[in-house]
Design a protein around this ligand. Sequence first.
Ligand SMILES: [Zn+2]
Length: 576
Amino acid sequence: MAQSTETTDWVSRFADEVIEESERRAPGKPVVVASGLSPSGPIHLGNLREVMTPHLVADEIRRRGHRVRHLISWDDYDRYRKVPAGVEGVDETWAEHIGKPLTSVPAPKGSPYPSWAEHFKATMVDSLAELGVEFDGISQTEQYTSGAYREQILHAIRHRGDIDAILDQYRTRKAPAKKQQKAVDEAELEAAEGSGAAAEDDGSTGSAGYFPYKPYCGNCEKDLTTVTVYDDDSTELTYACTACGFSETVRLSEFNRGKLVWKVDWPMRWAYEGVIFEPSGVDHSSPGSSFQVGGQIVGIFGGKQPIGPMYAFVGISGMAKMSSSRGGVPTPADALKIMEPQLLRWLYARRRPNQSFKVAFDQEIQRLYDEWDRLDAKVAEGTALPGDIAAHSRAVGTASGALPTTPRPLPYRTLASVADITGGHTDQALRILSDFDPAHPLASLDEARPRYDKAEAWITLHVPADQRTIVRTEPDETLLKSLDEQGRQSLRLLLDGLADHWSLDGLTHHVYGVPKVQAGFPADATPKELPAEIKTAQRSFFALLYHLLVGRDTGPRLPTLLLAVGQERVRRLLGE
Ligand SMILES: [Zn+2]
């Protein structure tokens, strides 16, 4: 069992508050924290904060020895609103399902899952497992269609006048969107839908007056229904479907094919599950937001509003390539293809929920990994700061133990360069990686996995072709012939010491040393002992090497590049 980190980072402070509140509201019961996710399409990476915020708090509570449940409410009984762009196996014919529950919409073609909701839920469930997130998943389809909420539904309908009065205080204001971050195109589309989507969240006012419950049609399964008659004593309800013309009268005390409108549904579930902590997106800080209104409605169900920090949105950098082909929806699975779960957990743990940050799919990921490795080393040495130690501890494992690690965590940028240069030839990659530290060669590439696989995926999926490294097959004879004496001498010095310095550390020392030696200084002279011009000499020397090796001004770090190209080929390309 991992120990409590006993620090005062944001996670720890929320844990204090949540434990105290839980003991006040429900003494002796497990602490309940909650997240809600809508499997209306690929679940956006931005929505991971909806899960990670309560997860980290729940994990801290568990580390302290308390019982805790992290509920993930799958909002799979929500209506299918639109056909998301760029989803494989889906065409415009899916539009005919708009208005049905997400669990009644067919999965994309070729999916092994029985419905749209199950298909998109499955990918998220896999990602959460890889991230070490323990949770109790609750399908709202199962809850509603099994009649689990029957008493709550009847109660809400009996008190529809009170609910209507609460909602009425905000009706003149612009209604906000639902709690989750949407992909940009979806948000735009919803804005364009305007009051239609907003009214749907609120509850309809038909000939039966305000009604906080909507049946799905018994004929076409769509929610384009209007309640025309309701009798409180018998619970008999008559609805008409505007989509297919179907109409029927049912008894709500035994009918299970409909749901409370979102603004009533959410607080009902807070009360039903006894939720103590549930964060939501920043759009909920406004008056009239579902969280604010829910805080008033929850009392009707005899419950209390959870502690609910607003979290800032999480941005994505470097997804241009995917945006065009995939409808601009990076998922947690996309992030986990290119980074280990520890790194992704760390991004969430180290920032307070109200701080925004970006998940890097571009070159920034290399810098992020360097930062992570430095922190890892500091923690191992015992020199890290308390807040950093806390974030590190939350990143590397949970109360259940440490997440699987890469046995030999070589620098990500090194692995990326090797994957870039070897283009999927794993035997070559193993040879090069073994040269990095000849005293401790890799017995197998598996020792560098999964980090190696993540770096390789990043190169393949996210580095544009014009930034990939292509090692020259033939020497650049024109450039070699045009070199002056100084240029030729620098190459000779490099080649003469190559064999003796053939390791990552050795070559680092050597490539920086050549310009120093040329200028008459010892190879290990420190910057303070050297004139400023040395920097210029180093820069032109490096540019020359890049041109001769890869035909460009820049490239992967030179020691890495030299090792990756291999001694024999380096000698040939440098004109020996
Ligand atoms: Zn219908």
